[in-house]
Design a protein around this ligand. Structure first.
Ligand code: ZN
Ligand code: ZN
Length: 468
């Protein structure tokens, strides 16, 4: 006790506070000490020449891959125009001069004090850890990362400009741009934060009721209407013959309240973000029925984005932010950093969760609540690529379930909101025709191929659907 409260110290007032002077618990104190030490080590790793070289190449390769998802096209282009011309051409088409700003190193920042919102879930790892690891300050930015209670609040704070940029659910910038559920305000996805990393968690009483065909009457929690969680849960249920609108109830519940609702019996399960799936196991109220990685391996979940207006007004600041978040993603992708990252994001001001819980999520070595220890390293990953074809898939599901009515030009919306680039147009100007836009790749969801070029056909192929 004396270590923390110093009751026999004549030179200090005796307060029932931590001896570090802060008003927090012993557990919080220890979590912060561990986080500081982990941050020091990760920062050291990030400052090694090896990581800097890796990170710069990672960012450049990420952007070039965004332009040329099909490698043979990239090679054909390089062979046709030569490396120098190709580099200049690529620099001219990257979103809002990101690459130019990178090349010029220190372009003047239009705005340096920034407020960025986040929801305390593991999806936001790159955006959060960039703060204690000093990646924002290294770009000349003074960023305040602000914990936010729920997704509707994130949307509202972005629309009324209280936040400069934010952690989003990746379908949100599409919905906000289209004016679904709010006034239409153009928003952009700059990077995807995480891929995979979600699960369907069920209450323990359903341990022997694993076949979704028997789930009529179930109540499920989802974090928001415009979430990959809602779309994947609906997809999964419908593939199993359950109509998500008439056979079950879906309730919007903030992630942090999902476990309490499961415990209270208000819901039978949820498709939610981590750490709350693992938290249900940790608290012995639920088990992991299926990881979303098993439904769509590589699916996008959360995103990092901002308003189109912010990007237009602050292109260099945006480029600096982009670099900070991509640097963070490069660190987060490396499995050998994951245990330290769990310590860095555990403290109260970030996720406020036990470190062991976050370690299970981030390393993919976890208890599933059914008595097994599983080892699935790709349980969550941090691939930043905002494929526009992913946006088209989200739009098809918004139409499928009646969120989006009328005709939609999928490609146009995807290209406007998901900032891969408008490479196609510029490449055409260079005499490099593309059969498909460069941001479009094929995806496989529950065994079925999705080709954005055939989105209407895909939408018509479902037995359970509200789309005419
Ligand atoms: Zn303390
Ligand atoms: Zn997410």
């Amino acid at each position: 006790m004396s270590e923390f409260f110093s009751p026999y110290d004549a030179d200090r007032p005796l307060m029932l506070k931590c001896s570090c002077g802060r008003d927090h618990t012993l557990a919080d104190h220890h979590a912060e000490v561990a986080a500081d030490a982990a941050a020091v080590e990760l920062r050291r790793r990030s400052e090694s020449a090896e990581f800097e070289a890796y990170s710069n190449e990672f960012i450049e390769a990420t952007l070039v891959k965004a332009l040329f998802p099909q490698d043979e096209v990239r090679r054909r282009f390089l062979r046709a125009v030569g490396k120098g011309t190709a580099m200049a051409a690529i620099a001219s088409v990257l979103p809002v001069g990101t690459m130019q700003a990178m090349a010029q190193d220190k372009a003047a920042l239009e705005k340096t004090n920034l407020k960025i919102g986040f929801i305390p879930i593991t999806c936001a790892t790159p955006l959060i850890m960039a703060h204690p690891l000093g990646f924002y300050s290294k770009q000349g930015l003074n960023v305040e990362v602000t914990k936010t209670a729920g997704w509707a609040l994130v949307r509202d704070k972005m629309i009324n400009k209280e936040y400069d940029a934010s952690h989003f659910l990746s379908p949100m910038p599409l919905a906000i741009s289209l004016g679904l559920g709010s006034n239409a305000t153009p928003m952009n996805v700059a990077t995807i934060q995480n891929i995979n990393g979600q699960a369907i968690t069920l209450a323990l009483k359903h341990k022997n009721n694993r076949d979704p065909k028997n789930w009529k009457g179930f109540k499920f929690g989802i974090p928001f209407d415009y979430s990959i969680h809602n779309f994947l849960l609906r997809y999964y249920l419908a593939e199993n013959g359950i109509n998500p609108d008439t056979d079950v109830q879906l309730r919007v519940i903030p992630p942090a309240e999902m476990v309490a609702n499961l415990r209270a019996g208000n819901i039978d399960g949820f498709l939610g973000p981590d750490p709350f799936n693992q938290r249900a196991v940790f608290d012995e109220v639920g088990f992991l029925h299926v990881l979303t990685r098993d439904l769509w391996n590589g699916h996008p979940c959360c995103a990092f984005g901002t308003s189109t207006e912010f990007i237009q007004k602050n292109p260099n600041t945006f480029a600096a932010l982009y670099r900070a978040v991509l640097t963070s993603a490069a660190m987060a992708r490396d499995p050998k950093n994951r245990e330290l990252i769990a310590k860095v994001i555990a403290p109260a001001q970030y996720l406020n969760q036990p470190e062991t819980l976050l370690t299970q999520v981030l390393t993919g070595k976890f208890a599933d609540g059914l008595g097994n220890i599983q080892n699935i390293p790709e349980r969550v990953d941090f691939d930043p690529m905002p494929w526009q074809s992913m946006a088209v898939w989200m739009l098809t599901q918004m139409k499928r379930w009646g969120y989006l009515k009328g005709d939609v030009n999928y490609k146009q919306v995807a290209e406007k909101v998901f900032l891969i680039t408008d490479a196609r147009k510029h490449m055409k100007e260079l005499g490099q025709p593309f059969a498909a836009g460069p941001g479009f790749v094929k995806h496989k969801i529950m065994g079925k191929e999705f080709d954005a070029a055939k989105a209407d056909e895909y939408l018509k192929s479902f037995a359970i659907s509200k789309a005419a």
